[in-house]
Design a protein around this ligand. Sequence first.
Ligand SMILES: [Zn+2]
Length: 312
Amino acid sequence: MRNLVRETNLTAHDFVLPLFVSEKIEKRRSIASMPGVFQFSLGEVVAEAQRAQDLGLQAVLVFGIPEKKDEKASGAYAKDGVVQKALRAIKEKSPELVAITDVCLCEYMSHGHCGVTRMDGDHFHILNDETVQLLVETAVSHAAAGADMVAPSDMMDGRIGAIRQALDASGFHETGIMSYAAKFASVFYGPFREAAESPPQFGDRRSYQMDCANAEEALREVALDIDEGADIVMVKPALPYLDILWRVRERFGKPTAVYYVSGEYAMIKAGVEKGLLEERAAVLEIMTSLKRAGADIIITYWARELAEWLRA
Ligand SMILES: [Zn+2]
């Protein structure tokens, strides 16, 4: 009877698996702060993507870790950059798998910020328009390498419109944009920076990520990104922002994604390791709550396990 009247049901199709691919390794490397999450080599990531598809997942979100970083983030938009190489290989082996790519500069910048910076004594500024230009180049190069959808995670102003225009002008009308529309400056991103090797070398990201206290601002950011052509809008992190997720889904009625981030993942893993929580039950409850709050798409490091649990 409970099943008959259940309002929210999870399926493997709700989840997107983040994949970290590194040019610097030959064999997968585990990430200490995120048990069960790995960086994969270019050779391994192809099999990993296919495995995800075999488990019933239909989309992956690819993050790259380049061999070298510089002040222009050249690895982000290089034809033979790590994401570009990984994409071509993944799409050749698994053409049906939806390949979404992270579009940002922080993994490729020597200073680890998401944009081009200018120092002003001890202060630094992020140069918005210069950054957008590089993000556009990155997005187009991902599309050229086979990305089905690009996901700009930087939070610069005007980047969705600029990317849409450039994709169209380059013939990639069908390449979608999933916008990190409401991305809050959050303590829960800590472990990700180990995974993506992208901690800022100075300062923090509060000048371009949102204050956790602001909901109306989040709605304005989402409205802007939709106006500029975002196909899917994302709220990030997840559990501390369920109200934002709900309001975004209710107000705009657009496909809405939520990113259950590294710190949220690490927190549950730590609870499980201490014997305080049962992992499967905890994860299913959390994922159900995200979907109930309006998420059409949930990006989670548990995507593989979820696909297995939901099949059983
Ligand atoms: Zn970034």
